[in-house]
Design a protein around this ligand. Structure first.
Ligand SMILES: Nc1nc2c(ncn2[C@@H]2O[C@H](COP(=O)(O)OP(=O)(O)OP(=O)(O)O)[C@@H](O)[C@H]2O)c(=O)[nH]1
Ligand SMILES: [Mg+2]
Length: 344
């Protein structure tokens, strides 16, 4: 075999093996990466990038990238997505280098600020080359951050085109589900939710699970699907899998127009060591029956011994339409960028 052919086969082999990179950009994205790093992730590489040097110094990741040093001098993007975008372009080589062997990229950000919003736009476009699957996982601003809505809405429209799938979580809906929490705690809930989603899917792909999701499955559900919504559920007792799945389907964290119009569904179940394959399969059949046959459904299930007796579910619906993008801004003026919480 000649050298070039051997190189080619080696390259194809590298791409065939799932290799996940999780990139968190801006304050929120970095906090999500820190959350995952603290708990560990099997088979995923954690990268955090920020224009804010002080925040990056307290971020936990496998690799931290200070972006746009010449432009922002480590001081953040001040709520301007254009600055975040320019800073990312300044440092784009770092991202190419860090992700050269990755074929699945999760791109995490809180939309509405400068760095995360701008960086997500640039990276989703740049990294989707060479057949990579790019999944954006973003949060939308709280209702109290109204003036950040425009930034977020514009960015979501861009990300919907550039990412294969962009999962959007509306912070306002999340706080309704999580109960009335102070802002900082509500943001913590959002970080945990995104973190669990990324960790759960990554580990179901990269490690042996009760029911594996493989790269091709994820591709089928996520490739060129635009916007996606997720919901979570938790239950115990008899019918727990089914109850938790229904909860997740009905409680989507983004207002979507019509659940039955989604193009793909990913159902992920985590249960204590007592969860059985039969239980999961039975619940799966019920979900399959309740959705139109054209909707593609992918399953993953993992055992987490700490969940004794309980199951947790996550359902992702891809190819959906959201009312967020259609909403009109209620106020005719803008208050400019707002800083919330310590060092974001
Ligand atoms: N999930 C989550 N969302 C957050 C967090 N902090 C802020 N947000 C949300 O994300 C949006 C963007 O905030 P940041 O991530 O701090 O902004 P940034 O990308 O660093 O932008 P600049 O600071 O302007 O450069 C805010 O409007 C909040 O809605 C966090 O820790 N977790
Ligand atoms: Mg910031």
């Amino acid at each position: 075999m000649d050298f070039l052919e051997a190189e080619k086969i080696a390259a194809v082999m590298r791409m065939a093996k799932p290799n996940v990179a999780v990139i968190g950009v801006g304050g929120a994205g970095s906090n999500i990466v820190s959350w995952i790093k603290e708990r560990g992730i099997a088979g995923g590489r954690l990268i955090a990038a920020n224009t804010d040097a002080a925040h990056l110094s307290i971020t936990k990741a496998d690799r931290r990238i200070l972006i746009g040093e010449k432009l922002t001098h480590g001081q953040g993007a001040g709520g301007y997505p254009q600055r975040g975008a320019a800073a990312t372009r300044e440092s784009i080589e770092d991202f190419y280098k860090e992700t050269q062997n990755s074929n699945i990229i999760f791109l995490c950000a809180g939309l509405g600020g400068g760095t995360g919003t701008g960086a997500a736009e640039v990276l989703s476009k740049e990294l989707r080359k060479a057949g990579r699957l790019v999944i954006g996982v973003v949060t939308l601003p709280f209702a109290v951050e109204r003036f950040r809505y425009d930034n977020a809405k514009n960015a979501l429209k861009v990300l919907r085109q550039y990412c294969d799938t962009v999962v959007a979580i509306d912070n306002t809906k999340l706080s309704k589900v999580a109960g009335d929490l102070p802002l900082q705690q509500a943001l913590g809930v959002a970080n945990e939710l995104v973190g669990q989603f990324v960790k759960g899917i990554t580990e179901t792909i990269t490690t042996a699970s009760l029911i594996n999701i493989d790269y091709a499955d994820l591709r089928a559900i996520c490739e060129r699907k635009g916007l996606a919504a997720i919901g979570v559920g938790e239950a115990k007792g008899s019918d727990r899998v089914e109850v938790a799945i229904r909860q997740a389907i009905e409680g989507q964290l983004l207002d979507i127009r019509d659940v039955t119009k989604s193009q793909g569904v990913l159902v992920h179940v985590t249960g204590g060591s007592d969860v059985t394959l039969e239980e999961v399969t039975k619940a799966g059949e019920l979900v399959t029956k309740s959705l139109p046959p054209r909707v593609r459904i992918v399953w993953g299930a993992r055992v987490d011994p700490s969940l004794e007796g309980r199951v947790k579910t996550m359902v992702m619906l891809t190819g959906v339409e959201s009312t967020f993008l259609a909403q009109q801004q209620e106020y005719g003026f803008s208050l400019g960028p707002l800083k919330i919480g310590p060092r974001n």
